[in-house]
Design a protein around this ligand. Structure first.
Ligand SMILES: [Zn+2]
Length: 264
C-alpha cells in the first residue's frame, strides 16, 4: 500500500484497539495511513512486532514506558532480542514521567531504566522514541531527559513524542538535532501554536498516540491512527503553509526518522 500519512506513534497493541484490529486496519487503508506501533512493556513490544510482520504499513518500537517500570524489570538482553527485529524502527517509548508525584527514588529508578534504553539504541543503532512528561507547572522531566541525552548528541537520534514542552525546551531539543511530534491536543488547545510555528518543518512529525487523545472532530471517540490526517491539517493551518507541502514533508520526516526508504 502506498500511503499519504504516517502516524509515528500509536498503540494497536493496547485495548480497545487490540480487539478491533481488523476494522481499524481497514479504516487505515481507506485513509492511506501507515503507523508505528509503540511498545510500553515486553509483551506489548512483542505484539507491536507481530503487527509489523502482519501488515506492510506497520512498523514497531520496543521499550518500557517510564511509569510501567514498577511492575516489570528491564531485562536488557530480552529487550535487545525483540528490538533487533528489522521492522523495529525505534527504541521506546522511554524517558521520564514526573506527572504523578515521583519520589527521588522512583525518579532515579526511571533514570536507570531510561539509561538502559539509550544503551540499547546505541547498540542497535536505532533512534529513541521519547516520552517526557514534567510535573505540573514545570519542565523538569524535559531538562533531565535532555541532560541525559546531551553526551550522545552526535551518536544518537531521538524524537520527543506528544510534545508539551515550551519554546525553550523545543530549542534545546532542536539544538541537539532531535525532532518533535504533536498529536490531537493541538487541534483543540492553543498552547502549542508558538512552538509549531517556530520549529522547522523538517524537525516536525505527526502522531495520534491512539487510542488516546482523539483530535477534533473526533473528540470523545477512541482515537485511531488514520485520524492523524487532522493533526497534519492543523499543523499546516497553524503554520499558515500549504497543506500538501506539509503533508509530504511530514511523511518524508517520518520515513527519515525510521530509516525507511520513501515510497513514491
Ligand atoms: Zn504512547
Amino acid at each position: 500500500m502506498d500511503f499519504k500519512y504516517f502516524d509515528i506513534h500509536s498503540h494497536l497493541n493496547l485495548q480497545p484497539l487490540r480487539n478491533d484490529e481488523e476494522a481499524v486496519v481497514f479504516r487505515m487503508r481507506a485513509h492511506e495511513t501507515a503507523t508505528i506501533t509503540v511498545g510500553v512493556d515486553a509483551q506489548t513490544s512483542r505484539d507491536a512486532v507481530l503487527l509489523a510482520e502482519k501488515y506492510p504499513f506497520f512498523w514497531a518500537t520496543v521499550g518500557l514506558h517510564p511509569t510501567d517500570n514498577t511492575s516489570e524489570a528491564f531485562d536488557f538482553e530480552e529487550y535487545k532480542k525483540i528490538a533487533a527485529h528489522p521492522r523495529v524502527v525505534a527504541i521506546g517509548e522511554c524517558g521520564l514521567d514526573y506527572f504523578r508525584n515521583q519520589t527521588e527514588e522512583t525518579k532515579n529508578r526511571q533514570k536507570e531504566v531510561f539509561k538502559q534504553h539509550i544503551m540499547l539504541a546505541l547498540e542497535l543503532n536505532k533512534p529513541l522514541m521519547i516520552h517526557a512528561r514534567p510535573s505540573k507547572g514545570s519542565m523538569d522531566a524535559y531538562s533531565d531527559v535532555l541532560a541525559m541525552l546531551e553526551p550522545y548528541q552526535k551518536t544518537i537520534r531521538a524524537n520527543f513524542h506528544f510534545f508539551i514542552g515550551n519554546k525553550e525546551i523545543a530549542m534545546q531539543v532542536l539544538a541537539l538535532g532531535f525532532t518533535i511530534s504533536f498529536d490531537g491536543p493541538i487541534t483543540f488547545a492553543r498552547d502549542y501554536d508558538e512552538v509549531i510555528q517556530m520549529v522547522p518543518l523538517e524537525s516536525l512529525m505527526a502522531e495520534t498516540d491512539a487510542p488516546f487523545a482523539a483530535p477534533v472532530p473526533y473528540r470523545g471517540k477512541t482515537c485511531e491512527p488514520w485520524m492523524v490526517e487532522e493533526v497534519v491539517k492543523k499543523i499546516a493551518e497553524i503554520r499558515n503553509e500549504d497543506f500538501e507541502k506539509v503533508r509530504a514533508q511530514l511523511l518524508l520526516n517520518a520515513m527519515r526518522f525510521t530509516g525507511l526508504t520513501p515510497l513514491n
